[in-house]
Design a protein around this ligand. Sequence first.
Ligand SMILES: Cc1cc2nc3c(=O)[nH]c(=O)nc-3n(C[C@H](O)[C@H](O)[C@H](O)COP(=O)(O)OP(=O)(O)OC[C@H]3O[C@@H](n4cnc5c(N)ncnc54)[C@H](O)[C@@H]3O)c2cc1C
Length: 462
Amino acid sequence: MKYDIIVIGSGPGGYVTAIRAAQLGFKTAIVEKENLGGICLNWGCIPTKALLKSAQVFKYINHAEEYGLNKVDATFEFPNVVKRSRGVAEKMSKGIEFLMRKNKIDVIMGAAKVKKDRKIDVTDKDGKVTEYSADNIILATGARSRELPNLPQDGVKVIGYRQALALPEQPKSMIVVGSGAIGVEFAYFYATMGTKVTVVEFMPNIVPVEDEEVSKHLEKSLKKAGIEVMTNASVESVDTSGAGVKANVKTANGNITLEADVLLSAVGIAANIENIGLEEVGIQTDKGRVLVNEWYQTSVPGYYAIGDIIPTQALAHVASAEGITCVEKIKGLHVEKINYGNIPGCTYCLPEIASVGLTEKQAKEKGYELKVGKFPFSASGKATANGDTDGFVKVIFDAKYGEWLGCHMIGTGVTEMIAEAVVARNLETTGHEVLKSIHPHPTLSEAVMEAVAAAYGEVIHI
Ligand SMILES: Cc1cc2nc3c(=O)[nH]c(=O)nc-3n(C[C@H](O)[C@H](O)[C@H](O)COP(=O)(O)OP(=O)(O)OC[C@H]3O[C@@H](n4cnc5c(N)ncnc54)[C@H](O)[C@@H]3O)c2cc1C
């Protein structure tokens, strides 16, 4: 069985690659060993957002009086909240099945291993091995929860994100190790539903990749929501011999012991590069990731890699963009390289975080002279009407040429607003042009225009 393109892995990298390949006229197959849609649809982006929506609705109902409604004490059965999230994931996965059929892409269920001469072996669930070949093989096998040697996951008391998405019952207490997007989203979800949550972060700030002002603001908001946050702290060891888990945590003031029902390890991801034949073919890896050039070619011609298995930002939209770029280049189209400096990143706790470009610290380190503007949602009519005024928009411009260097937002709804900054930066828009682009009233997006105005000393509402 010979194809033009075989894609291995059906996450947002793989399935989008396959669809674009089919659109370009390639005879395409996709191989998946688990569920169509990969981590993103089944165990990542989508089911977490479904859980977070339940938490948001729960919070709103419990604050009904603030909206002039009668007091309601919302209650819930935890398994039903998980069931809804799993249902959403299943629905999305079915959607991918439909898209594969629609685009006439052959779906091969099984575990693939690459071989020399652009061939692969696929082992199905019954152990039957079938060989396929293609002119181009694209690896999109994604990643899994990273396990630290001192934090081995037993899946019950020390868990990863998969277990955290489908716990049979709600833990009374939880330690979350790592405060990147995944850690913070779970911390927020469980705390909002009533679990006592402690976040332990090794770095001085939570959500360490974000602008420092955003990190500090989130820390305050999470503490206000009842979450204990420990920074400059690391879990040295865990003891699971008792009823729950005891974590030995190193802090600036010495070691302490934290106790909880479960510990969620959210310390990053490890790429799925094992047992997929890389060594046999001679595909080079470095620090656990597959090495590729700017067009996603590996060290062996005819073999490509995209998404979480390569050393770029581990985000669904990055994986998809890499896949599209990869197949368009194979087709011989005139393709632009991905600008990794203009990738938006979002965290969906409340308040949400959304950012793109340089942080203030990074911009200063690069030697730019800056114009920085900030607009708080407390001054926004729409945010006040919404009853959600926590947060702000911060914009950073190069004082000399007006280049929009970075945009950092925290607040309810900001993940829907960041694309404006991405498009504007892509079009090399200056602050003046954003300022003169009339934003609708009343919207949260006015805060972007006002933050830009603040940078240029023209802000109206503060
Ligand atoms: C809890 C959580 C929340 C997240 N939230 C977000 C978010 O809000 N926004 C965002 O942008 N990103 C988010 N991410 C990251 C996002 O899920 C990943 O960046 C994205 O899924 C990577 O896509 P991918 O296609 O590279 O790999 P994956 O989605 O990991 O898919 C890889 C697929 O390959 C299959 N596979 C592996 N090996 C083989 C083999 N040998 N043969 C056949 N199939 C194989 C796997 O079963 C899997 O289905 C989140 C991740 C997690 C864990």
